[in-house]
Every structure is written in structure tokens, then in C-alpha cells.
Design a protein around this ligand. Structure first.
Ligand code: UDX
Length: 440
């Protein structure tokens, strides 16, 4: 059992703190957001994340997980301090904003009274770990030499608790084996591979992993465009590709492209690091360009199908950037809705979880009410709820007949059986009765 402090109680810090407490450690979470901390003390978890409320409550009850705004209190007698503050995209739209990381590091330097290992879990540009060491040495030379470790997170929104308790690997970057081994011990009960390396390589593993996943998505979206032009079905193509164990089935779902607070930011940050090093990251530039284009392509395709956008009513099913989250950051649906509005469309929106105003859109409380008088439906987020839509009922309230499946979630024949026109992303090639399926 270790005594741990977590600085930054957002999505990563809260999930990490609760899961470390679940492993038997004593964890004090500290944040400058008084309202957030007061809410957490009352059991209010401000993040929609399946399982998080329960694991936080369970560990608060045992006393292993506490929340405070007082750094002195949080850092008293700890052996490990995690930095888990946000690293949003900077105003320049390319690099990572490290203000919160630097502020957290200075707070740690000021308030830590005895040596502890400082672990950076915030996604940070290569070289941040070294910078953290320098700031700590300046801030508090009395505790020199400071031990700093990079321990990037690989949590997916919507399954962050699962990913935290069942990581595919633990990545640790540092300067000496005993320090890395001490941090590895925190995760001993998770029984997964632990990679120990230097600070820069650990930071690069995070960026390269996210950039590669984003590359797979832009790759399959480019293939989907070609499938559209050559009348082939990208879903079957992806399935056929994925049966090659070197390729695999994951992250080959064509659609509106990636959103979220990570992929767009991390691809841009890696591009910026490369450019600042005098390189020309062509592939990363293409990955981002294809992703941006996907949103434009959908609007152009809707314009073509509807014979223009002005005065049309478009119903958007799903707003969040992916299912099982209420996170709208980088959500393709928002980008597409504003493009359609700018072209004179009336937008109606429905999301199983997201509530509240969304730009000038009419926010509806059900699929059917969203579809009322709609000329077209755009499925923008692959919430499993949309698999069960009654398309006959939807058709009865629509004005038009178009269903644009932006996530290739739906069964085209089910939609077409209701007398609606199905358009997917690269879903050519299918003919009624054409051969379907894989024999193992
Ligand atoms: C991602 C990484 O998966 C995670 O390891 C990292 O720690 C944080 O960033 P997240 O952004 O939560 O996680 O979501 P993810 O499930 O990766 O999806 C990202 C986006 O890609 C979503 O908009 C999703 O709709 C899209 N996506 C995903 C596709 O368009 N096609 C796919 O095949 C998979």
C-alpha cells in the first residue's frame, strides 16, 4: 500500500485516483476547482463515465480516496505525486498548452516537504518530463535530486474505468531503474506488461499510439471514399483486411472521422513537434486533412442528395464525439451542424445523454420528435440505441426520405424496407441478396 497524491481531478486524475485506491493505495486528490472538490466530497462525480461514480463512492467509503483543495494537506507524507492536469491545444491551434502542468509542478515544489516521486500522467510534448525536473529543482532545491517519471495514460472515454483496471501495458519513462521499479509496483496487481524507458521515449509512445490510431481511421475513411466511387462496401473491405492478424479489426470503422479531446490535439501536437524540429510530417498532415475533409464531404453529399440545403430540415441523431460519453469536444456532429446551418438548414438534434442548447439547433427528447418534418436524418454518433430505431415510425413523421448513416451503424436493408433511402460512408457494392458473411 502506497500513499499517493493526484494533482488534477479531471477525467484522467479522478479515474486514476479511484482505480489506484481500488488497488489498495491511499489516494488524496487535489484540485484548484473548489466547486468540483466540494461536489466530489458529497459524492457528485461531474463526469459521465460508466462505473466511475461507483468506484469513487466505494473508495471514499473506505477512506482510501479523499478530495481537497489544500495542496499542503494532499501532499503531506506521500511517496508518489501524479500530475493529471489538462494539456489542451494552445491558442496557436498546433502545440499543447502546458500552463496547467507548469502550475501544478510549481505547487508540488512549494508544498512537498519530503522526497516523493513525481509522475506525469498528462499527455505532454516530448521533453516535458525533463522540463518538470528543472522546474522542481529550481522551486525546491532542498529536495534535490528530484525523481520524475512519465507515465502516460491510454484511457478511452466511455470505458476509462475498464481501461484503467485492465491496461494493455504500463509505460514508464525515467532516469533510473529503482525509481521506475517503485512506480511499477503501484500497478503490480494489474498483471500487465510494463515498459521501462527514458522520459522522451515514454512521452513519444503516447503521441505515436494516438497518432497511429487516428491514421487507421483516416486511412479507412480514404478507402471509403474510393469504395463510394468504385461501388464497393468498405465495411466488408475492413472486415476482410482485419482478418489479417497483422492488421486486426480495431479502428477500421469508416464514418464521420475522429473527434474527442485527444486525437485532434495529439496529431496536431506531434505535427508541431516534428515541424519545430525542422521536419515535414506529410503523413500526419494528411491524417488531419482527411479527417477535416470528412465533415465537408458529408455536407456536400447531403447537398447533392437533397438538391440543396437552404430551407431543408436535417435531423441529427447523436451529438457526442462517440457513444457512452457526453463529451462534445471535437464532435463531428457539431461541426457538421454549424456547416449545414450556415447553408440555411434548420437543424434538429437528439442525443441519448447530451442535453442543453447546441448552437441554434432544436434539441429534441426522442428520435421520433427529432425526425418530425425532417428532409434527412444524419446518424452522427454510433449509440447502440440507434440500432433499435423503428424506421417505419420515423418515415411516418419525416417530410423527406433520406437516412445518412454517418457511422455505418445501421442495416441498410432494414432502413430501405421502411421506404427510406439509405446512404452510408463507402457502403457501395451491396445488392439485395448479394453474398454476405465470413465462414470461420
Ligand atoms: C483515444 C484513445 O483510444 C485512447 O487510448 C487515448 O488515451 C485517448 O484517445 P478516445 O478519444 O476516448 O480515446 O476515443 P476512441 O474510442 O479512441 O475514439 C476516438 C474517435 O475515433 C471517436 O470520435 C470515434 O468515433 C472515432 N473512431 C474510432 C472512428 O471513427 N473509427 C474507428 O474505427 C474508431
Amino acid at each position: 500500500m502506497a500513499r499517493i497524491a493526484i494533482v488534477g481531478v479531471g477525467y484522467v486524475g479522478l479515474t486514476t485516483g479511484a482505480c489506484l485506491a481500488q488497488s489498495g493505495h491511499v489516494v488524496a486528490c487535489v484540485d484548484v476547482d473548489h466547486a468540483r472538490i466540494e461536489g466530489l466530497r458529497r459524492g457528485v462525480v461531474p463526469i459521465f463515465e460508466p462505473g466511475l461514480t461507483d468506484i469513487v463512492a466505494d473508495n471514499q467509503r473506505t477512506g482510501r480516496l479523499t478530495f481537497t483543495t489544500d495542496f499542503g494537506e494532499a501532499l503531506a507524507d506521500v511517496e508518489f505525486v501524479f500530475i493529471a492536469v489538462g494539456t489542451p491545444m494552445a491558442d496557436d491551434g498546433r502545440s499543447a498548452d502546458l500552463r496547467f502542468v507548469h502550475s501544478a509542478v510549481r505547487d508540488i515544489g512549494r508544498h512537498l516537504m519530503a522526497p516523493a516521486i513525481v509522475i506525469n500522467k498528462s499527455t505532454s510534448p516530448i521533453g516535458t518530463g525533463c522540463a518538470i525536473s528543472r522546474i522542481l529543482e529550481e522551486e525546491n532545491p532542498r529536495l534535490s535530486p528530484w525523481r520524475v517519471v512519465s507515465n502516460p495514460e491510454f484511457l478511452r472515454e466511455g470505458c476509462a474505468v475498464f481501461d484503467c483496471l485492465h491496461p494493455a501495458r504500463i509505460v514508464l519513462g525515467g532516469t533510473d531503474e529503482p525509481t521506475l521499479e517503485a512506480v511499477a509496483e503501484l500497478y503490480a496487481d494489474l498483471r500487465c506488461p510494463v515498459i521501462k524507458t527514458d522520459l522522451n521515449s515514454a512521452e513519444m509512445i503516447k503521441y505515436a499510439s494516438n497518432a497511429f490510431l487516428a491514421t487507421r481511421i483516416s486511412f479507412i475513411n480514404e478507402v471509403a471514399r474510393i469504395c463510394d466511387a468504385l461501388d464497393a462496401d468498405v465495411s466488408t473491405v475492413a472486415q476482410g483486411m482485419g482478418l489479417d492478424p497483422r492488421i486486426g479489426q480495431e479502428f477500421l470503422r469508416a464514418g464521420l472521422g475522429y473527434g474527442g479531446s485527444c486525437f485532434p490535439k495529439d496529431v496536431a501536437a506531434l505535427r508541431a513537434m516534428a515541424a519545430d524540429a525542422g521536419l515535414h510530417p506529410q503523413l500526419l498532415m494528411a491524417v488531419a486533412e482527411i479527417n477535416d475533409d470528412q465533415r465537408r464531404w458529408v455536407v456536400e453529399r447531403l447537398e447533392r442528395e437533397l438538391g440543396g440545403i437552404q430551407g431543408k430540415v436535417v435531423a441529427i441523431f447523436g451529438l457526442s464525439f462517440k457513444p457512452e460519453t457526453d463529451d462534445l469536444r471535437g464532435a463531428p456532429a457539431l461541426d457538421i451542424a454549424s456547416r449545414l446551418s450556415a447553408l440555411g438548414a434548420e437543424i434538429r438534434v437528439y442525443d441519448p445523454v447530451v442535453r442543453g442548447r447546441v448552437g441554434g439547433a432544436v434539441v429534441c427528447s426522442s428520435v421520433e420528435s427529432t425526425a418530425e418534418s425532417a428532409d434527412a436524418i444524419l446518424l452522427a454518433t454510433d449509440w447502440s440505441e440507434f440500432r433499435g430505431v423503428d424506421w417505419n415510425k420515423v418515415r411516418s413523421v419525416m417530410r423527406g426520405r433520406l437516412v445518412f448513416d454517418g457511422r455505418n451503424l445501421l442495416d441498410p436493408e432494414q432502413v430501405e424496407a421502411a421506404g427510406l433511402k439509405y446512404v452510408g460512408v463507402g457502403r457501395g457494392g451491396r445488392r439485395l441478396g448479394s453474398p454476405v458473411g465470413v465462414t470461420p
